[in-house]
Every structure is written in C-alpha cells, then in structure tokens.
Design a protein around this ligand. Structure first.
Ligand SMILES: NC(=O)c1ccc[n+]([C@@H]2O[C@H](COP(=O)([O-])OP(=O)(O)OC[C@H]3O[C@@H](n4cnc5c(N)ncnc54)[C@H](OP(=O)(O)O)[C@@H]3O)[C@@H](O)[C@H]2O)c1
Length: 291
C-alpha cells in the first residue's frame, strides 16, 4: 500500500521523499539513452536495479554506473518484441532483487529501416508490418510486463509503475502514427491501471517526454534543418537531455509522488502549449513540405 507514513518513516523532509533507499526497481530499455539515465537516477536515490534490454552485453555500462552509486545491478535481458519474454524478465528481476517495488517500462521503438534510421512516412505509405512491430514493443509488451508485475507490486509497501510514453501520445504526430498511437495507448493503460490497482497500493503514471537527445532521435538532432524546425515548436527552444527525463521518472517512482496516480506528466519544454503564433517564435518552413 502506498502508505503516507512511509513518507514520514523515510525522514519526513521534502528531499527525503525523493529517496528510494532499498527499493527494488526494474527498468526496461536500460542499455542507453533515457533508460540508462533513469536507472542511474534511481540508483542515486538508493534503489537496487534490474536492468533489461535485448542483450546483456549492451547493459554492462549501465550496470557499472549503477554499481558506482553503491547499488546492486542485475541483468535481465529479453526481447520485448516477443511478449512472451516479459514474464521471464519480470520474474527474473523479482527473484534476483527479492521482490519489486518499482517498474519503469521505458523500452520503446520508432519504425525503422534495417540501418536503424526511422521510416517517417505517412500512414498511407507505410507497411502494416511496421505498425505491428511498433505496437508489439511499445504497447503489447507494456501490457505483458504490467500483467506479470502486478503480483510482485501488490506485495510492496511502495509500489509505483512509470510507463515511458511520449508527447507524441498526446499531440497528433503525422508520419509517426503507429508510434503516436502506441504512446497514447500507454497513457490510457496508465489511467485504467491506476484506478484498477489503486486499492492494491500500486500507483501507475505515464511520463511523456518531448524531443530528447538520444540514439533514437540522432536522425533529427544531427540534421540542422530538421532540428531547427522541430526546436522552433518547443517554446524552451532546445532538446531535452536524458537526465532531465530521469529526474521526472524519479519523482513519479518516489514517495514524493505518493498521491499522484493515473497522470500523464508532460516534460516537453512547452511544446504541447498551443501558442497560436502569439509567442512570436518564428517557424522555418517544414523540411517535409512537398515530400
Ligand atoms: N528520445 C526521445 O525524444 C523520446 C521522446 C519521447 C519518448 N521517448 C521514449 O523513451 C523511451 C526511451 O527512448 P530513447 O530515446 O532512450 O531510445 P533509445 O536510445 O533508442 O533506447 C531504447 C531502449 O529500448 C531498448 N529496446 C529497443 N527495442 C527493444 C526490444 N525489442 N526489447 C527490449 N528492449 C528494447 C533498447 O535496448 P537494446 O537496443 O539494447 O535492446 C534501448 O535500451 C522509448 O519508449 C521512447 O519511445 C523518447
């Protein structure tokens, strides 16, 4: 149960409410980018970590960073494109850590070509298999992980789930329809589970970053005109860094958010605020014009 006395027992000060001393946390997509930053942030707050991605080798650097913070790191690899893998990932994490208090399900993909670059094409020009792949990793795996994690989280005194959704799940995002729909569905799932699991003492929230500098977005920030155009739509005028997303994930996972559930927290530099042109931020022509 998310017991308010847990907050008091952890020291009672506002800063102490961000501590996760002894918490057992599973972070998926922890091999790089936002997931790595989240894992390190949770470790800095005192949690022990189970780290997941497709290959164990890719997780070793994150594990070293976690252990440098004095916390345990166990590797629970699995390819979440196969929803059957979610059970093993969750079970291995809970067995290795002796239970689970926190799940940050962060693994996610854009539809991509074999070279890894994203296929940013309108729905009518896209392949159904791309839709299926994106939905299997971004949405079906989310349901599978949550389904399996419930039994462990229900036994925790401070259970929290953070689903890494996206600004794309809130805003319409042409050329990224499958991604945006899967991210919107994660928000919907967080809302449904938050109510359904509240009396089991499990908080469930979605975190919705805007454009953040990671491998996933290197195609965009590495390209001047595309980056300039995207950032013209972000009132703060810049890319987010992974550690900024990690801090928000820590908040949602920690006793600091003990009365927060069923929410979609936007972390987007103001991109979701419609300025209607009134802010006077000049918008360059779209790089997609005529494409
Ligand atoms: N970057 C942004 O601008 C942005 C904005 C909003 C939301 N997000 C969301 O934030 C999350 C992390 O994004 P990121 O930018 O850090 O991406 P990233 O750098 O591409 O990292 C993606 C992570 O997911 C893992 N992953 C990919 N496919 C997987 C699979 N089939 N099974 C298991 N793990 C898999 C990757 O590990 P391996 O490749 O090692 O398996 C990696 O750890 C995603 O859900 C993304 O949608 C990102």
């Amino acid at each position: 149960m998310n017991d308010p006395t847990y907050h008091a027992a952890s020291g009672g000060t506002a800063l102490e409410a961000f501590r996760l001393e002894g918490a057992r946390a599973l972070v998926t997509g922890a091999s790089r980018g936002i997931g790595r930053a989240v894992a390190v942030a949770l470790a800095q707050a005192g949690a022990d970590l189970a780290l997941s991605a497709r290959s164990a080798t890719a997780l070793t650097e994150t594990a070293e960073r976690v252990m440098k913070e004095g916390r345990a790191a166990v590797l629970v690899p699995g390819d979440l494109a196969d929803t059957g893998a979610a059970d093993a990932v969750v079970d291995q994490a809970a067995t290795a850590l002796g239970g689970l208090d926190i799940v940050v399900h962060n693994a996610g993909i854009l539809p991509s070509r074999p070279d890894g670059s994203p296929t940013m094409v309108p729905l009518q020009d896209s392949a159904q298999r791309d839709w299926d792949t994106v939905v299997s990793v971004n949405l079906n795996a989310t349901a599978a992980l949550c389904r399996r994690a419930h039994r462990y989280l229900a036994a925790s005194p401070r259970a929290a789930v953070v689903l890494m959704s996206s600004l794309a799940g809130v805003a319409g995002t042409p050329r990224m329809e499958a991604y945006a729909a899967s991210k919107a569905a994660q928000i919907s799932l967080a809302r449904s589970l938050s109510a359904g699991w509240a009396r089991d003492g499990i908080r469930v929230n979605a975190l919705c970053p805007g454009w953040t500098r990671t491998d996933m977005t290197s195609f965009a920030y590495a390209t001047g005109p595309l980056s300039d155009w995207l950032m013209a739509h972000v009132p703060l005028g810049r890319w987010a860094e992974p550690h900024e997303v990690a801090t928000a994930a820590l908040f949602l996972a920690a006793p600091a958010a003990s009365f927060v559930t069923g929410q979609a927290l936007l972390l987007d530099g103001g991109a979701s605020v419609p300025d209607g042109g009134l802010a006077g931020i000049p918008k360059p022509p779209s790089p997609f014009a005529g494409a």
